[in-house]
Design a protein around this ligand. Structure first.
Ligand code: NDP
Length: 303
């Protein structure tokens, strides 16, 4: 890498700081809802089984929900719970007016059909945005609940770049939870969007054409700096644990050190996209609550 480029090192996009701002805006709005209408948004999180990572996520979601002034309902079910019991719980939460958002923590134990479970959630309370109705609403440009991680990426991009229209966006990864909804959102912003995946030919050249490069693959440091267009905005969704120098650490799908020499802006891992995901879950719960009560949606917190 040349010395000149090294001097032009991109400033990291501070997802952690931005997520704190989003949570503060949500909390402010919640305070007003309580004062003006006596309404407190509620989020129900359901965890089936004892997966350690899922337990940490669920605990953090509960803490941040309460910090935002919302009510947190937590349900922890044993791994061997029959699917019918989970569906009964979901039906009860669907019918409970104090619950505005329902999140079933994934992955579910092997004996459960995750699609059937997710599609049992009332789409209006589907704050993860995974229900097939919300997928369809997003694809057709209607008022969907938008999946939290892509929504967080979009907020960071808008904050950084303002108007995204006409930009070339490349999304590497085509999962239902990140890649595809991310691409849908960027199409809605009038970007020219390419979705790349494991069968994409000439991936390096495809990435080099991107003004906006979103990596959602799950392969540590797969995208090196010389795949990045000079000045591009790079959003690294990947969260990968690697062993380095006898220690475990988190890295993204992008090789941060080399990409930061070339990019205009880049999200670090950790501290980039990750914190935005829970912040957007709170934003979605607030949005769901406003919609349920026919109140105006919070500005700047939706897609
Ligand atoms: P999936 O495993 O569901 O999807 C990975 C995608 O990457 C697939 O579409 C796959 O292609 C593609 N892919 C795999 N290998 C290659 C390759 N060599 N070249 C190009 N594309 C490839 O992952 P997720 O979308 O669920 O997650 C992606 C990453 O984001 C993970 O690291 C995950 O931990 C992280 N993540 C982070 C979140 C956050 O809050 N920051 C939230 C959710 C996920 P194909 O379809 O052809 O197999």
């Amino acid at each position: 890498m040349s010395g000149e480029l090294a001097i032009n090192r991109a400033a990291p996009i501070d997802g952690k700081g931005f997520a704190a701002e989003v949570r503060a805006r949500v909390a402010e709005h919640v305070t007003r809802l309580k004062a003006d209408y006596g309404i407190t948004p509620g989020l129900a999180v359901v965890l089936v089984g004892e997966d350690p990572a899922s337990q940490v996520y669920v605990r953090n979601k509960g803490i941040q929900t309460r910090e935002a002034g919302m009510v947190s309902f937590e349900y922890r079910l044993p791994a061997e719970t029959p699917q019918t019991d989970l569906l009964t719980l979901i039906a009860r939460l669907n019918a409970d007016a104090s619950v505005n958002g329902i999140l079933v923590q994934l992955p579910l134990p092997g004996h459960m059909d995750a699609e059937a479970v997710i599609n049992a959630i009332d789409p209006a309370k589907d704050v993860d945005g995974f229900h097939v109705s919300n997928v369809g609403l997003l694809a057709t440009g209607q008022n969907a609940m938008v999946p939290c991680t892509p929504l967080g990426c979009l907020m960071l991009l808008r904050d950084r770049l303002g108007d995204l229209s006409g930009l070339n966006a490349v999304v590497v990864g085509r999962s239902n939870i990140v890649g595809k909804p991310m691409a849908q959102l960027l199409v809605r912003e009038s970007c020219t969007v390419t979705i790349a995946h494991s069968r994409t030919k000439e991936l390096a050249a495809v990435c080099r054409a991107a003004d906006i490069l979103v990596a959602a693959v799950g392969r540590p440091k797969m995208i090196p700096g010389d795949w990045v267009k000079p000045g591009a905005t790079v959003i690294d969704v990947g969260i990968n644990r690697i062993e380095e120098g006898g220690k475990t650490r988190l890295v993204g799908d992008v090789d941060f050190d080399s990409a930061a020499q070339v990019a205009g802006a880049i999200t670090p891992v950790p501290g980039g996209v990750g914190p935005m995901t829970i912040a957007c879950l709170l934003a979605n719960t607030l949005t769901a609550c406003c919609r349920a009560n026919n109140l105006p949606e919070p500005e700047g917190l939706t897609a």
